[in-house]
Design a protein around this ligand. Structure first.
Ligand code: MN3
Length: 247
């Protein structure tokens, strides 16, 4: 190799190496703290109770926005960057509104998708949950009527829930906005086993202003097998974790 070529090569190497070193030392871009899981069924799987367009917008736009805005809010609060979704929800009242609302939105919607299944695939209610509902509300039909009443009475946007209260008994409760019964700010705290979204975005395209119709028809896509499994897990003292590992 001629001396001039060698010196050019060495110069090129010297020029390149710092670049390589920088690339190796630079922190890898952090993955988003929370991500949106795909729907557990096709967008049109809950037709005709919930139409495919509503499901696509609700999951792909609304739920995605809660996830994105939660990540954005957490990026501005690095002290919370390793917090689990459950721990954010549990202390929501101490956190910035953007974290309370978007952590709630992410938790609630994840729980909501998992509560439902195509009508042909929903599981049966367990004898234990059926007995508990009968004991508390008189019958499954009476429970459904009370749940609908709580859902229609929620003014504006929010959720209606069946929870296991701190006293160990079933209760129907409702929360505003994206709050939920696990939050420190909830009027009635408890462990949710069932929840329905009564924001207009959940039903307006198909049911327009008829929230009551949506609440009536929604039972056709409630997976009582899943709800019963949550009830069994909560009453045996094991927290139900499926689908809620955010990190
Ligand atoms: Mn919603």
């Amino acid at each position: 190799m001629r001396p001039r070529a060698l010196s050019l090569l060495l110069a090129a190497a010297a020029f390149a190496l710092p670049g390589i070193a920088r690339a190796q030392n630079a922190p890898a871009p952090a993955p988003p703290a929370f991500t949106l899981a795909p729907l557990p069924y096709a967008a049109d799987a809950l037709e005709p109770v919930i139409d495919a367009e509503t499901m696509r917008i609700h999951h792909g736009k609304h739920h995605q926005a809660y996830v994105d805005n939660l990540n954005k809010a957490l990026a501005e609060n690095p002290v919370l960057k390793d917090a689990s979704l459950e721990s954010l929800v549990a202390r929501a009242g101490t956190l910035a509104p953007a974290i309370r609302n978007n952590a709630g939105g992410h938790w609630n919607h994840t729980f909501f998708w998992e509560t439902m299944a195509p009508t042909a695939k929903v599981g049966a209610i367990s004898p234990a949950l059926a007995a508990a509902i009968d004991a508390r509300f008189g019958s499954l039909d009476k429970f459904k009527a009370a749940f609908k009443a709580a859902g229609t009475a929620r003014f504006g946007s929010g959720w209606v829930w069946l929870v296991i209260g701190k006293d160990g008994k079933l209760a129907i409760t409702s929360t505003p906005n994206q709050d939920n019964p696990l939050m420190d700010v909830a009027e009635a705290r408890g462990t949710p086993v069932l929840g329905n979204d009564v924001w207009e975005h959940a039903y307006y395209l198909k049911h327009q202003n008829r929230r009551g119709d949506y609440l009536d028809r929604w039972w056709q896509v409630v997976d009582w097998g899943k709800v019963s499994a949550r009830y069994a897990a909560a009453t045996s003292g094991q927290a139900e974790q499926a689908g809620h590992e955010g990190h």
